[in-house]
Write a protein that binds this ligand. Structure first.
Ligand code: CTP
Length: 398
């Protein structure tokens, strides 16, 4: 989402300035053009050389250098966002009072773009009434605050005042400013991960699904403006954006119950979870002992969420399922599409290396009700998710 976006990164004198290196790196990696302005005192905390190398742009520090003048007015007009991270107590106070004794402050005062501040300081400084007053003044001026976090501080003390982590700051900017609108006002439900079907208090029947594809799809839908809920089985994945809602479940039955309640209000439903097709007919109340030479396990069918949604689909709902086939892939995928009354089936092939369960990459074929198909070549799960969401947008807007 940062492709073509211009970010002016302001760095002030704070121990947290070392994290600005990672912020610059993450922004550049995500496709943004980044220019850095440092206050003169920030040079003691982080090297301009590292930042200019990472951003491919000269780091700006002084208002004027050897007869040339840094055009602070144009910097604020060039940027889509001015992000000041870390914002020290001193620069915060100067910003609140309109002082202008360095290039960063001049750029701030003349910026026509939105300004985001990520303060960093020790807890006592953070909680001081003058700091809190300055923060509230800056908010009144229309600046956006990325709140401090609680944790270990540079002083060695533990408390409030840590700058938010670079990943949090970058995701915040992405979410706040650059969310697209193709799926605005659309509600989307994604199932993700495996389900665990208990056998006894310590054992379960499960599978290797990581939930990566489901979470990537949730992110891609969210980036296009959709209101997204993920119903996730037991996974390690965490959400990238605050605005994504996560409902955690363990079993197929819990997943079914969570989904069925949400179904009537959904516009787009993507069933990416590897739901157990069968579950143990009985759950032993005590741990099963290994006192028999053989052990039979009776399994009963779970409820199929995708098929239920397909049979209850109302006009305008767009339903997507996944298929994993080992033979007659195209025919089986099309048959599954029809049988479950889906609008799109995404076929994972077990024959593709580096694709599917657990990998960070995937390669899929997408089938539609008119029997047309689109191949998505091997790419990161996020890129594959972006392409799938593009196809959904095309189909739902057609
Ligand atoms: N699915 C579901 N609920 C279930 C089982 C599967 O929602 N209880 C969804 C999966 O999330 C996925 C699709 O159905 O989108 C996968 O179906 P799969 O289990 O492969 O298909 P089956 O109809 O069980 O077909 P087969 O047994 O032929 O593989």
């Amino acid at each position: 989402m940062f492709t073509g976006k211009k970010i002016l990164l302001g760095i002030t004198a704070s121990i947290a300035a070392y994290k600005s290196i990672l912020i610059a790196r993450l922004l550049v990696k995500a496709g943004a053009e980044v220019k850095v302005i440092m206050t003169p005192a920030a040079r003691d905390f982080v090297s301009p050389l590292v930042l200019s190398t990472l951003t491919n742009n000269k780091v700006l520090i002084e208002l004027s250098e050897q007869e040339s003048w840094s055009n602070h007015v144009m910097l604020g007009r060039w940027a889509d966002v001015l992000l000041i991270a870390p914002l020290s107590c001193n620069t915060l106070a100067k910003m609140a009072h309109g002082q202008c004794d360095n290039l960063l402050l001049a750029a701030y005062l003349s910026a026509t773009c939105p300004v985001v501040i990520a303060p960093a300081m020790d807890e006592d400084m953070w909680k001081h009434p003058s700091t809190q007053k300055n923060i509230s003044t800056l908010k009144d001026y229309g600046n956006t605050l990325i709140d401090v976090e609680t944790g270990e501080l540079a002083s060695g003390l533990h408390g409030e005042g840590r700058m938010a982590e670079p990943e949090t700051i970058v995701a915040f900017i992405e979410e706040f400013f650059f969310r697209q609108t193709a799926l605005k006002n659309k509600k989307a439900l994604v199932t993700a991960g495996p389900t665990y079907e208990p056998l006894d208090p310590v054992r379960f029947v499960g599978n290797h699904s990581s939930g990566k594809m489901g979470f990537a799809l949730a992110e891609a839908l969210y980036e296009q403006g959709a209101d997204v809920t993920v119903v996730a089985g037991p996974v390690q994945q965490t959400k990238k954006y605050k605005g994504i809602r996560i409902i955690k479940v363990n079993t197929a039955e819990e997943m079914y119950n969570a989904c069925i309640n949400l179904h009537p209000s959904m516009d787009i439903e993507i069933m990416a979870a590897a739901v157990a097709d069968y579950k143990p007919a009985e759950i032993a109340s005590e741990k099963i002992k290994k006192n028999k030479a053989e052990f039979q396990l009776n399994l009963t069918k779970t409820k199929d969420i995708l098929a239920t949604f397909g049979s209850e689909k109302t006009n305008g709902q767009f339903l997507v399922g996944f298929a994993l086939e080992t033979e007659n892939e195209r025919a089986n995928a099309l048959e599954k599409l029809k049988r479950k009354n889906a609008d799109m089936i995404i076929l994972n092939s077990l024959k593709d290396t580096n694709a599917g369960f657990g990998y960070d990459t995937n390669k899929v074929s997408v089938f539609f009700t008119d029997e047309s198909a689109v191949e998505i070549q091997l790419a990161s799960k996020k890129e594959v998710a972006n392409k799938i969401v593009e196809l959904i947008i095309q189909r739902t807007h057609a």
